[in-house]
Design a protein around this ligand. Structure first.
Ligand code: NAP
Length: 280
């Protein structure tokens, strides 16, 4: 395992858990996040990374507010595409590997089956397009790369669907939740050990990594309410009934067969991930 890891976005939902896991496992770990370090500043990013001399970069920094990306497209591209380019250039100078997190939003959601790693991307939102440009910089600049495509990320201390439902239940008796978008939740505490396992394997490439099993936002919401012992009624609705600035893929299902076969370790089901999340 790499002895010194540098994590960008280490204060975020995923980065924070990646950082704690590395620290608790006795690895040397450095972080880069706002406001101290801004990955959109190329020279500064290069200088900070060169000074730290890490053995690997885990790049979790991103502009992740999907709807805001539509109205703040310049920022989305500056952070998710050019910021990633800056981090990759530094990794290239040091000839070290990089881990990049991508998303189900790089697909248009029209496929009838779960998406494989080699399916053609066709992002429909600014967030998806900017993250896909980030992927392209990673592939172009860093031959030793891991691109982990994840979906519906849920971690403590972050803004995520579980927290949204729990908050709504505090003052609502009933909510409508879209039932025609399908995907897989990815629980941060299940994902993080897999990221380090992947690094240890040195099996570079693109992987879809999510919890096992697929669901809809509606069924996910119902399960949260049930497991948390709440009374709120959850009613199914259609995507059209709940318009949002950024289009969402109807099919966000990512097939993780390649990851399971390469690493030989299956992620827990999303229901198990949820149960553990709610207990913490
Ligand atoms: N959340 C999901 O559902 C989801 C799904 C698929 C893929 N992903 C990907 O997974 C990764 C982690 O997501 P997350 O949900 O953990 O994100 P997050 O909680 O928003 O964390 C991202 C971190 O990056 C920081 N950051 C933003 N712009 C920066 C800049 N210019 N320079 C340095 N740091 C900057 C953020 O700081 P501020 O908070 O101050 O802006 C934040 O601390 C991202 O690559 C994301 O695209 C997420």
């Amino acid at each position: 395992m790499a002895s010194h890891i540098l994590i960008t976005g280490h204060k975020g939902m995923l980065g924070n858990e990646l950082f704690s896991f590395a620290e608790n496992s006795g690895m040397q770990v450095s972080g880069m996040d706002l406001p101290e370090h801004d990955i959109t500043k190329r020279d500064e990013t290069s200088a900070v990374i060169k000074k730290a001399q890490p053995d690997i970069i885990i790049h979790a920094a991103a502009f992740t507010a999907v709807d805001k990306c539509e109205s703040e497209a310049d920022t989305a591209y500056r952070v998710n595409a050019n910021g990633t380019q800056n981090v990759c250039l530094a990794a290239k100078e040091l000839s070290i590997p990089i881990v990049y997190f991508s998303t189900d939003y790089i697909f248009d959601g029209e496929k009838k089956e779960p998406y494989d790693e080699d399916d053609a991307p066709n992002p429909q939102s600014v967030y998806g397009k900017s993250k896909y440009e980030g992927e392209e910089f990673v592939r172009e600049l860093c031959p030793k790369h891991y691109i982990a495509r994840i979906s519906w990320l849920c971690g403590h201390g972050g803004q995520n669907f579980v927290e949204t439902i729990l908050k709504l239940a505090a003052d609502k008796d009933e909510i409508n939740v879209v039932a025609d978008q399908r995907g897989s939740p990815t629980f941060v505490t299940d994902l993080v050990p897999e990221v380090y396992r992947l690094i240890e394997s040195e099996s570079y490439g693109i992987y879809h990594i999510t919890n096992q099993g697929y669901t809809t936002w509606y069924d996910f919401a119902k399960k949260i309410v049930e497991l948390a012992g709440l009374k709120m009624r959850v009613t199914p609705c259609k995507t059209e009934d709940f318009p949002r600035p950024a289009p969402r893929p109807k099919n966000s299902r990512l097939s993780h067969r390649l990851y399971d076969e390469t690493i030989g370790n299956k992620m827990p089901t999303w229901e198990e991930g949820l149960q553990r999340y709610l207990k913490k």
